[in-house]
Write a protein that binds this ligand. Structure first.
Ligand SMILES: [Zn+2]
Length: 255
């Protein structure tokens, strides 16, 4: 058995091996072995506590599936701290257009887990946004092309509200940023989110992670602002309790 009472790395005595099927990159196999042999033993109590007490993640993060954009790594969060949903293009389909994984993750996070923050996180050099700019490149990927229709509003915004002669790199960046704003709008169409916003206590965040610099830009409801070490994190929407009908009760007209 590996030692569980010290932080000393001890290789697992029985690293997993594959006996059949296609080979998996050896670094993945080694990673599993290292986790089981020297990481998990030091964290077992934490994992046991997470099972005993259940998860209480601080936020739901909807991020791109891009392998370079790992929410837990960017935020330095550990197990149990983030409820993460990732897909190509960090997309949130508007409610009722698609009953799928994203809708279910949102509903579960808000209703069952009671998260108080939802983050939509886009990023630089996004392949999904590149596909949106070059639909011809998606000819062999009909599912991706169909999925990206949820970002068509962002594409139209960049086409019609930005300069015609915008540099392609700037266009890609603008598209990814506008896409975050569009997905935040879609988020509000989900009943669980709409209700939580009306009750107050739920905040929506739009982030953009710049892979090459590590910078994080956050949407403040009007524009993206670069996060600094001493600055407060801009929030796209902070909800306060509201009832639109409170001051105008519905009256039945006299006949
Ligand atoms: Zn991406």
């Amino acid at each position: 058995m590996p030692r569980r009472d010290s932080g000393v790395a001890v290789p697992h005595p029985h690293p997993p091996t594959l006996t059949q099927g296609p080979p998996v990159d050896s670094s993945i196999i080694q990673g599993i072995s290292t986790f089981r042999g020297s990481v998990f033993p030091g964290q077992q109590r934490m994992y046991e506590r997470l099972v005993r007490d259940g998860q209480q993640p601080k936020a739901l993060i909807i991020a791109c599936a891009d392998s370079r954009v790992a929410p837990e790594h960017i935020t330095q969060a550990g197990p149990g701290e983030l409820f993460v949903c990732r897909n190509a293009g960090n997309i949130v389909p508007p409610f009722s257009q698609m009953n799928g994984g994203v809708s279910s993750a949102i509903e579960y996070a808000v209703v069952a887990l009671g998260v108080r923050d939802i983050v939509v996180c886009g990023h630089s050099d996004c392949g999904a946004m590149k596909g949106l700019m070059q639909p011809g490149a998606l000819a062999a990927m009909p599912n991706v092309a169909a999925w990206l229709r949820h970002s068509h509003a962002a594409d139209r915004i960049v086409c019609e509200a930005y300069p015609d002669d915008i540099d392609p790199k700037d266009r890609l960046r603008a598209l990814a940023l506008e896409n975050v704003v569009v997905q935040l709008a879609h988020l509000r169409t989900h009943p669980s989110v709409a209700a939580a916003l009306a009750k107050g206590g739920l905040s929506l965040h739009g982030w953009f992670f710049e892979i090459e610099t590590g910078a994080l830009h956050a949407y403040d409801g009007r524009r993206f602002v670069t996060l600094t070490d001493d600055g407060a994190l801009p929030v796209a929407e902070v909800s306060t309790p509201r009832r639109a009908a409170a001051d105008l009760p519905v009256r039945v007209a006299a006949e």
